[in-house]
Design a protein. Sequence first.
Length: 315
Amino acid sequence: MRLVFMGTPEAAVPSLRTLAEAFDVVSVYTRRDRPRGRGRRILPSPVKEAATELGLPIVQPKSLRKEAEPLRELEPDAIAVVAYGMILPPDVLEVPRLGCINVHFSLLPRWRGAAPVERAILAGDDRTGVTTMLMDPGLDTGPMLHRVQVRIAPDDTTGTLTERLADLAAPLLVRTLADVDAGGLVPQAQDDALATVAPKIDPEEAELDPARPALELERRVRALAPSPGAFLWYRGQRLKVLKAQAVEGEGSAGTVAAVDAGLSVQTSTGRLRLVEVQPEGKRSMAADAFARGHRPTSGEPIGPAAKRESPADGV
């Protein structure tokens, strides 16, 4: 089978590698090189790096509006799409004889959109999965082909869960393509009445508000890890929260609740015990090490009320 692969992030790499072993990947489409990492250096996407290693032809168009004809010249049987980051125009969807097959990291029709893993964790879902689907002009609305389900662990972050889903997606995509080619797979229409939307994470969602319950804040920390990361205001600066745990405890929401065993934040319901944090402009550290350096006091403001506090000396 002749395939064109379209993908960009690390989560798409396992699928590319597995497809390259099973089929004839005639071209790899990926997003253009962009600034990445702390130094904001211009770097290739993870998919480009993998395609280069595999010796596969690489295409990095600014858009797909003029790519239908070049794709036809490749004569692909199917186009496999995994987190490419661009919408495929109708004329591109019509190019391959078997259609364009997309991998989506949710159990469709739940969580259609750009951030399905983050939204599943934020919502407190206990399970999610991978769905392969035949693409149509809508946003993740096409008929489903195969699905595989996984449980969301209590300590799963978007990073850890995405990695597991990416590993599951690779063999599922191979199976889907083989079944579609054999002609024995009947696409299943999605029930639009059960659909939920997973919009991209807004930067404002990264702020932790202690007026919310601790369990909700813990899920937000996990959902935004490793990037962009959730944060609290503390002494006028952002304190990124990399790991945290919801625990029992009562008090005034928006204050430091306990300092004897690290640092805990009183919320509307329960406390958020900070485990790993990263002060502005500094490296990540254990929360108890941060507490030893900054000497927080019980009842001290933390959260929105601490946004305009004067920064204190410390590590």
